[in-house]
Ligand binder design. Structure first.
Ligand code: G
Ligand code: G
Ligand code: MN
Ligand code: NA
Length: 255
């Protein structure tokens, strides 16, 4: 209850939450193609509370709608500042929780945030979890189509971990499959996970979707993925999630 109250309070205060950004790299060009926005909560007594703790709480209490909208707006604002500085090819990725996706006015919220922040829709990507998408209702399909019509990109986070039939992929206009970290972790030693990763890469290629590996930490993993034709990489190998100023310092000057 205490943490729940604190979360509620934090939403009404400035500077309680911040976003860190983790680069997504293209191995072929050695350039950053964009970054994933990841929320941080600076709690007055507890210090940094990890999202694994407060996102579920925000979902249970319904606060996720407001919190999620804050994240969306903050990420778009930041990305637009980078856009104005000339980084026009970057895409900022924002995680959407299922509750947020299923709110009735999501498409309007996204449209309004894009308008208010002046960010071109092409520079925004929404990450949906596979578990959300497999409840392949008519409404889900309609919402994704509407979001795509705005011009934004859609990726499927944690791909491979859900109990999905792959059939849904052809009904949804998604852009990117994000191979879950759990497969990447022991990709070089575990034949099953290597095979699953291989299959996801092949599937993405056949369907003309982009594929990105997440949680990449070692050169061996990079070599494996590159050898199988997966060139988009996110993970500690390149960088942890960073505050925006630091991200620019470390990744923009080089190029
Ligand atoms: O870096 P990391 O510890 O930030 O993130 C942990 C988990 O919290 C991940 O599953 C990530 O998707 C989730 N997460 C981080 N930021 C957000 C956010 O803004 N919205 C939602 N819904 N989930 C987030
Ligand atoms: O569920 P989602 O994919 O949004 O979660 C992203 C989470 O993965 C964040 O908590 C982020 O900090 C974490 N992460 C990103 N790259 C790595 C990595 O290379 N290793 C580990 N251990 N975690 C990572
Ligand atoms: Mn994600
Ligand atoms: Na993920």
């Amino acid at each position: 209850i205490k943490l729940e109250n604190d979360l509620y309070k934090a939403l009404n205060e400035e500077n309680s939450f911040m976003l860190h950004y983790q680069p997504k790299m293209n191995l072929e060009t050695n350039e950053m193609i964009g970054m994933e926005a990841l929320i941080r909560w600076d709690h007055p007594d507890l210090g940094l509370v990890p999202p694994q703790t407060f996102i579920p709480l925000a979902e249970e209490t319904g606060l996720i709608t407001r919190l999620g909208e804050w994240v969306l707006k903050e990420a778009c604002k930041q990305m637009n500042q980078w856009y104005m500085k000339g980084y026009k090819d970057w895409t900022v990725s924002v995680n959407l929780s299922p509750q947020q996706f299923n709110q009735n006015n999501l498409v309007n919220v996204v449209m309004r945030v894009l308008n208010e922040t002046h960010l071109p829709a092409e520079n925004l990507e929404l990450e949906l979890t596979e578990n959300l998408i497999i409840h392949n209702t008519c409404k889900t399909t309609t919402t994704i189509k509407k979001l795509k019509n705005l011009g934004i990109k859609i990726s499927i986070d944690d791909f491979g971990t859900g109990y999905s039939s792959l059939g849904y992929l052809k009904n949804f206009p998604v852009d990117t499959l994000k191979i879950d970290k759990s497969f990447i972790d022991d990709i070089t030693t575990n034949k099953n996970n290597a095979a699953i990763t291989d299959t996801i890469i092949t599937l993405a290629n056949s369907l003309k979707l982009d594929v990105i590996a997440e949680g990449v930490e070692t050169q061996d993993q990079i070599d494996f993925l590159q050898g199988r034709g997966c060139y988009l990489i996110q993970g500690f190998f390149f960088s942890r999630p960073l505050p925006p100023g630091q991200l620019i310092e470390e990744f923009a000057k080089k190029h």
